[in-house]
Design a protein around this ligand. Structure first.
Ligand SMILES: [Fe+2]
Ligand SMILES: [Fe+2]
Length: 195
């Protein structure tokens, strides 16, 4: 029991079953893209990192008030491996779960989740509306502007980077690159010629 490895298709079906909202689906694809990019860069299991990225917010649309907890229940009901369940739930550490990110996978998920929102908003204010020409410094410039992407908790990102022992610049760069790979799917391909 619980030893079957979930495929991307299973993860995608589950995401779509529980999330009809376009923005939530796009957020899932963005986090998946970044997790895949980083896994590849670090010679880790790209499928595993991507699948966990896809379903990390699984319960958010239907059970926002039980975020993380419900995801754990749904995945365990479906006999997902405990490693996947733990990783998904740990992204809400200190917010909606008390599961501390411990592995590199978990720490990256924790660190890049909010950051994808900041990168997306940075892309959307460009004339091109494209993530393809977003620079690290454009994201950094908006770091202290609390009104910009006000929902993005910068301190979570900083804490994640600290846990990883990775500089913010590198984390932002990886997040941009990962999102660029899925630009079309997350609606941020824009029109770079208008940049
Ligand atoms: Fe979440
Ligand atoms: Fe998320």
């Amino acid at each position: 029991m619980g030893q079957k490895i979930p495929t991307r298709q299973e993860a995608l079906d589950l995401l779509h079953e529980y999330n009809e909202t376009d923005s939530l689906r796009k957020h899932a694809y963005a986090v998946e893209g970044v997790m895949r990019y980083i896994a590849r860069k670090k010679s880790q299991d790209e499928e595993k990192w991507g699948v966990i990225g896809l379903i990390h917010d699984l319960d958010y649309e239907k059970f926002a008030d039980q975020h993380c907890t419900k995801t754990g229940e749904i995945l365990r009901d479906r006999e997902w491996p405990e490693e996947y369940v733990r990783a998904a739930v740990s992204h809400g550490w200190g917010i909606c779960s008390d599961v501390t990110p411990q592995t590199d996978l978990e720490k990256y998920l924790y660190a890049i989740d909010e950051l994808t929102g900041l990168v997306a908003t940075t892309a959307l204010i460009r004339p091109s509306k494209s993530v393809l020409d977003v620079q690290v410094k454009s994201v950094k410039n908006k770091w202290k502007d609390k009104r910009f992407a006000a929902g993005v908790n910068r301190s979570v990102i900083e804490k994640g980077a600290e846990m990883l022992g990775v500089g913010l610049d590198e984390l932002i760069e990886d997040t941009i690159r990962g999102m660029q790979e899925v630009a079309e799917a997350i609606g941020l391909k824009g029109n770079p010629s208008q940049g």
